[in-house]
Design a protein around this ligand. Structure first.
Ligand code: AMP
Length: 213
């Protein structure tokens, strides 16, 4: 099963796709996590991506498309995958369609997680991410049991540099302009399901599972 989770930054795509990955036993592929890892390792891609990520802009399509094509070729993706944060532009969506057509494969479900912009700023400004497993927490809405330590893997939590209010607003603007047209794109293909992204993580997860059944 090949699944895409769509939604603005802070909608809960990472949290829900990690759970779905454990539930369906297929990998979660987060382009944001892959790019952050590339930056940490100071690869050519990481160095090219850095300035875009720090300012809340999208990394150029050709770089991200190339990265995801390589990832989808790996054996771990052969039984299906959950894409988190990709595609983010119409050109990325079309490139993905082309890649899949070449393998005789398709996207089965696109789940759009809907959250209002006002709530997103609150969510992202208090977000903390695990440096090891990328699990997300929130200082008020979803705190870790021990401050600064991941409940799942005991990794250290940190605040992403693009979770500052000015960058959050830029990311939301970029989402509206460049990514939100994907909702209509997948609706036309008849594979889009919408889920309300507010409420408890467990309740939202139940809706996500329903959407992919
Ligand atoms: P995320 O962790 O998904 O919020 O992504 C963090 C940042 O990585 C984004 O603000 C972009 O700069 C970059 N990024 C992640 N995925 C993509 C993508 N599919 N296309 C372009 N840039 C991306």
């Amino acid at each position: 099963m090949n699944i895409i989770l769509l939604g603005p930054p802070g909608a809960g795509k990472g949290t829900q796709s990690r759970r779905l990955s454990e539930n369906l036993k297929i990998p979660q592929i987060s382009t944001g996590d892959l790019l952050r890892a590339a930056r940490k390792e100071k690869t050519d891609l990481g160095l090219k991506a850095e300035s875009y990520m720090l300012s809340g802009k999208l990394v150029p399509d050709d770089l991200v498309i190339q990265m995801i094509r390589e990832k989808l070729k790996t054996p771990e993706c052969h039984q299906g995958y959950i894409l988190d944060g990709f595609p983010r532009t119409l050109d990325q969506a079309k490139a993905l369609d082309q890649t899949l057509a070449g393998n005789g494969s398709v996207i089965d479900h696109v789940v759009d997680i809907q959250v209002k912009s006002e709530e997103i700023v609150n969510r992202l400004s208090g977000r903390r991410q695990c440096s090891k497993c990328s699990e997300n927490f929130h200082v008020i809405f979803h705190p870790s049991k021990v401050e600064g330590v991941c409940d799942r893997c005991q990794g250290q939590l940190f605040q992403r540099e693009d979770d500052k209010e000015s960058v959050i607003r830029k990311r939301l603007e970029v989402y509206q302009k460049q990514t939100s047209p994907l909702v209509a794109y997948y609706q036309q293909k008849g594979i889009l399901k919408s889920v309300q992204g507010t409420g408890s993580i467990d309740d939202i997860f139940k809706e996500v599972v329903k959407a992919v059944q």
